[in-house]
Design a binder for this molecule. Structure first.
Ligand SMILES: C[S@@+](CC[C@H](N)C(=O)[O-])C[C@H]1O[C@@H](n2cnc3c(N)ncnc32)[C@H](O)[C@@H]1O
Length: 241
């Protein structure tokens, strides 16, 4: 009894690994996360062209709320549903956008399975994460030489983000792009000079892709271009190019 968790990459179906594509093509049941009932799953839409004619697809709801207590029931219910499918002997996979190890619903499923369905073997197939997709599109490095990098969700505690930014050369902001404006001023307070560069993007490698390269001074006090949850920003303290 085995479950495969597959990283689907940032959006372009051609950015899947060969292993991911092969597993999806031969899957009997494909589970994927969605934020609410009736909303289509982004992970499912990325891999659509690989899904076999007879495969069954199931979207599992993971609401976008920060309170972990209220999420526990969803994690358990979703893990139980996946486990039941695996125990029928079918080839079952769980999809996640980007890589399963980065801000993914997968870890909640994995923890539940390890706690209550110990007999299920797990294989994780890594995927191209959004931060490497934006670096490739923008032609920037995330770190060179002795530089340090932090990955932070922009929509949480701003003071924590500031402390992290003070100690790093590159800060990668994920999650909601509607929060990016407020971190621009904070970056200045954290020691990022006016000349620091910012790559800011939405829907990287997917329909409606937006990518802008700016100096921090150009973004300060202005409304940024990102309006969606699927946004990413890379701020580099040392502008070398
Ligand atoms: C729940 S996290 C999942 C991250 C994912 N596991 C990864 O490896 O990139 C969702 C966030 O990832 C970022 N993201 C994922 N794909 C993206 C894309 N194609 N374009 C821009 N941002 C993306 C956004 O910051 C979004 O809010």
């Amino acid at each position: 009894m085995k479950l495969f968790c597959i990283g689907c990459g940032p959006g372009d179906p051609d950015l899947l690994t060969v292993r991911a594509a092969d597993l999806i093509k031969s899957a009997d049941m494909i589970f994927a996360p969605t934020a609410r009932e009736g909303k289509s799953s982004i992970a499912l839409s990325i891999v659509e062209k690989y899904i076999g004619n007879f495969a069954k697809t199931v979207s599992l709801v993971f609401p976008m709320v920060k309170n972990r207590e209220s999420l526990r029931d969803y994690w358990k219910r979703n893990a139980d549903e996946i486990a039941s499918a695996v125990k029928t002997g079918k080839k079952v996979i769980y999809l996640t956008v980007g890589d399963p190890a980065l801000y993914s619903t997968w870890i909640y499923i994995q923890r539940e399975l390890k706690r209550t369905h110990k007999d299920i073997e797990i294989e994780i197939v890594p995927g191209v994460t959004s931060m490497f997709a934006i670096a490739a599109k923008a032609g920037i490095s995330l770190a060179e030489g002795d530089e340090t990098v932090a990955i932070v969700p922009a929509c949480y505690d701003l003071e924590k983000v500031k402390r992290t930014a003070s100690a790093c050369d590159t800060v990668i902001f994920l999650k909601d792009g509607r929060y990016f404006d407020r971190v621009i001023d904070m970056l200045g307070e954290a020691g990022f000079p006016d000349s620091a560069t910012v790559a800011i993007a939405q829907n990287v490698s997917d329909e409606g892709e937006l990518l802008e390269m700016k100096k921090i001074s150009e973004l300060r006090g202005k409304k940024g271009p990102t309006e969606k949850y699927f946004s990413i920003m890379v701020a580099k303290k040392n502008a070398r190019d």
